[in-house]
Design a protein around this ligand. Structure first.
Ligand code: MF3
Ligand code: CO
Ligand code: CO
Length: 259
């Protein structure tokens, strides 16, 4: 099968994605109270790894294309793929995206949120709340017969209406027993363009929204992606399934309907 072929998951596979997705959401909820001034990003990583193993899962990022840690921790001007580090200590006013992907029974739950360290500046608060709303608006487009381009268009329209920009270099992706697969899900685009959505498709939507320019550069560690102008970047991510009549968010905690 070509790598641009979009797989439709069986009900049995969807049930495994629900379990993995819920575990991912619960891992983020477990880490959230640790997000305080003085904690290092390595402490967040190590607790994530411990908790993941204790729940019978493993961390997909660890060793993935050489990624050295179990989660991504992306602070302030880091767009994504920040590497946890003992010397990186969170301080009052920072924003941090924590991106987790446990593998449970072979299937991946991929989700991330941006958290405030203490009290955010007005601009940080507005950027983060805009990014959360971008994800909601992207998810609201997902239903059978809609197009991939509808998702990106909804996100881009809202982000730009708030004076922010959409990162181009990183996109959402199909996810199942494979971490990153077809389709690609850009967070910018044109309504009516792109592949049609069908029940059984499972992918992430993970908008990265910047305060200034959308342009990114990758640091010499080959992973850490940061804004060219060093202004702030925020991100939220859910794994979603296209259902018969709409969308199911797979990365919510038990009993949660919103985020
Ligand atoms: N979880 C990230 C995503 O949303 C991917 C991280 S890949 C890693 O797709 F290697 F950096 F961990
Ligand atoms: Co992710
Ligand atoms: Co992802």
């Amino acid at each position: 099968m070509g790598s641009d072929t979009i797989v439709l998951l069986s009900n049995r596979e969807l049930e495994k994605m629900r379990q993995a997705g819920r575990l991912a959401a619960e891992l983020l909820r477990h880490l959230e109270p640790m997000v305080k001034p003085g904690v290092s990003t390595l402490q967040l990583n190590d607790e994530a790894e411990r908790w993941t193993q204790a729940h019978g899962a493993r961390s997909a990022p660890l060793g993935y294309n050489g990624f050295p840690k179990s989660i991504c921790t992306s602070v302030n001007e880091v767009i994504c793929h920040g590497i946890p580090n003992a010397k990186q200590i969170l301080k009052e006013g920072d924003i941090i995206n924590i991106d987790v992907t446990p593998i449970l029974d072979g299937y991946h739950g991929d989700t991330s949120k941006t958290f405030f360290v203490g009290t955010p500046s007005p601009i940080a608060k507005r950027l983060v709340e805009t990014t959360r709303e971008c994800l909601k608006r992207g998810i609201a487009e997902v239903k059978p017969e809609a197009r991939i381009g509808d998702i990106g268009a909804a996100i881009q329209e809202y982000a730009e209406s708030q004076g922010f920009s959409v990162v181009r270099d990183f996109v959402g992706h199909g996810v199942s027993n494979i971490f990153h697969t077809a389709p690609q899900v850009p967070h910018y685009g044109t309504r009516g363009k792109g592949k049609r959505l069908r029940p059984g498709m499972v992918f992430t939507i993970e908008p990265m929204i910047n305060e200034g320019t959308w342009e990114a550069e990758v640091q010499s560690d080959k992973w850490t992606a940061l804004t060219r102008d060093r202004k702030l970047s925020a991100q939220f991510e859910h794994t979603v399934a296209v259902t018969k009549d709409g969308v199911e968010i797979l990365t919510l905690c038990e009993g949660e309907t919103d985020y």
